[in-house]
Ligand binder design. Structure first.
Ligand SMILES: Cc1cc2nc3c(=O)[nH]c(=O)nc-3n(C[C@H](O)[C@H](O)[C@H](O)COP(=O)(O)O)c2cc1C
Ligand code: SF4
Length: 451
């Protein structure tokens, strides 16, 4: 299928969205209609006021110190929106402030996690909010150069961000001596190379350096050894996009939008078997049932079977558990999964879990970079096992082998892709084992009986 056909298919399904009419108050990304992305529109919405406030540019105003900016972000309860949910203010405080050489700031707009489509919407509908967030972050950590690493297959997003960068430079928001202050920051866009693994922060750095995108051993972490071996802070697009609102309105206000330890609002990419797939901005702590209702409910009035709450690497949860959850890091973790990137994949009662797992396992096998044996060999092993169960050639012992291969990958690899491949398998075996066993029994009764 060509690109135009794929896009029109998305548009017909309503996936080509901004967040208009798809939110619950308070709305941080308010007033976006798809055509008001430019600098003058952003300024009309109060854009770059946070930067002015931070630099003390109002009459009688004083510039915020670096410590004050970091303390405000800490107070906000903002947690990284790229997947791990690490507290952003804390991450910023790890950056060595007195380091004598070059330091870097990197925005992770690689957005490769299946189900996730929020970062490209932010960059298309509101690119200046990311630029402003990055300028504020750079100021707080004393950084003079930054890059936005943008998913390589979506050229419109890259072009939009480049256009916004030009506007910001021309208006004096970027470059030397920003708005007449002593602070300078150069920001550049960079095309990603189309591999899922390039979203892992150290693989991203390798790729940005022009090398093969393979994760590095950690430690050392990027805060001490990052881009070109220099201290580097990496945050997700949505993380940076939250920062201007926090600086303008204060950390406590942002925290109050969500719930303790889970500040603010979050954009969820709801896909799968719902009537209205798309991006939804809702406060942290919103009941999953409410988010499902916003997305039009399960399609054609079918029953909800299961939900993958945070992108394909987060463990699947059965409907009954999910309906009790609120959409925040702590609630989903307590239920045995992860909020991850906030890609909510809804599955109705027509879905075959064996087929779903087969598709997921194929993805991770395909995307393994091959550096570590447990991941390189284990992801292929997992896929072959699920594939043969799906083909009706499974053996009853396969269920235990699946669980054992998955558990032997976990925690034994350089990066978290190994865990990401193993967790969906373990969750499927835990919650939907009878479905796998029934298929083994039904399609191969002799093998099953002799086991
Ligand atoms: C295999 C893999 C893929 C990842 N892909 C992305 C991605 O596409 N975008 C992203 O922001 N983070 C991704 N991450 C997480 C990043 O490594 C990193 O934690 C994140 O960019 C930090 O930003 P945050 O603190 O704002 O969340 C990925 C991690 C792994 C292990
Ligand atoms: S876990 Fe997989 S993707 Fe990550 S470094 Fe090892 S082989 Fe590569």
């Amino acid at each position: 299928m060509n690109t135009a056909a794929v896009l029109s298919q998305f548009q017909a399904a309503g996936v080509e969205t901004c967040f208009h009419d798809r939110h619950i108050e308070p709305q941080i990304y308010a007033g976006l209609n798809g055509s008001n992305w430019s600098l003058k529109d952003y300024e009309a919405r109060g854009g770059y006021q946070a930067l002015r406030k931070m630099l003390g540019l109002g009459e009688g105003a004083e510039a915020m110190t670096q410590d004050q900016v970091i303390a405000t972000v800490k107070e906000s309860g903002l947690r990284g929106r790229g997947g791990a949910g690490f507290p952003t203010g804390l991450k910023w405080s790890f950056m060595p402030r007195q380091f004598p050489g070059q330091k870097y700031l990197v925005c992770n707009s690689d957005e490769g996690e299946p189900g996730t489509c929020k970062d490209r919407d932010i960059l298309m509908f509101n690119p200046h909010i990311v630029i402003e967030g990055m300028i504020i972050a750079a100021y707080a950590m004393g950084i003079s150069v930054g890059y936005n690493y943008i998913h390589g297959e979506i050229f419109q997003v890259y072009n939009r961000f480049e256009a916004a960068l030009e506007e910001a430079r021309a208006a004096g928001y970027l470059g030397d001596e920003i708005l007449g202050s002593s602070f300078s920051f150069q920001l550049h866009a960079h095309h990603g190379f189309g591999a899922y693994i390039c979203g892992e922060e150290t693989a991203l750095l390798e790729s940005l350096e022009g090398k093969k995108g393979q994760p590095r051993f950690k430690p050392p972490f990027p805060a001490s050894f990052g881009l070109y071996g220099k201290p580097t802070t990496i945050n997700n697009t949505e993380t940076f996009a939250a920062v201007p609102w926090i600086i303008r309105n204060g950390g406590a206000s942002y925290l109050a939008c969500g719930k303790p330890n889970n500040g603010g609002t979050k954009i969820y990419s709801v896909s799968g078997d719902v009537e209205k797939p798309g991006n939804y901005e809702v406060p942290m702590g919103t009941p999953f049932a409410k988010l499902l209702e916003l997305a039009g409910g399960v399609r054609q009035g079918r029953q909800l079977k299961a939900v993958i709450p945070g992108g394909s690497s987060s463990p699947v949860l059965p409907a009954a558990i999910m309906m009790e959850c609120t959409m925040d890091y702590d609630s989903i973790a307590k239920a045995g999964s992860m909020l991850g990137s906030g890609a909510v994949i809804v599955m109705d009662d027509s879905r075959c879990m064996v087929e779903s797992l087969k598709r997921l396992s194929y993805f991770y096998m395909h995307e393994s970079c091959g550096q570590c044996t447990p991941c390189r060999e284990g992801t292929g092993w997992l896929w072959r096992l699920v594939d043969r169960i799906h083909r009706g050639e499974g053996h009853p012992a396969d269920m235990d082998v699946l669980d054992s291969v998955a558990s032997n990958i976990m925690g034994r690899t350089i990066c978290a892709l190994g865990d990401a491949a193993a967790m969906p398998v373990r969750a499927m075996v835990k919650h939907f084992r009878p479905e796998f066993e029934a298929l083994i029994q039904k399609t191969n009764p002799q093998t099953a009986a002799s086991a």
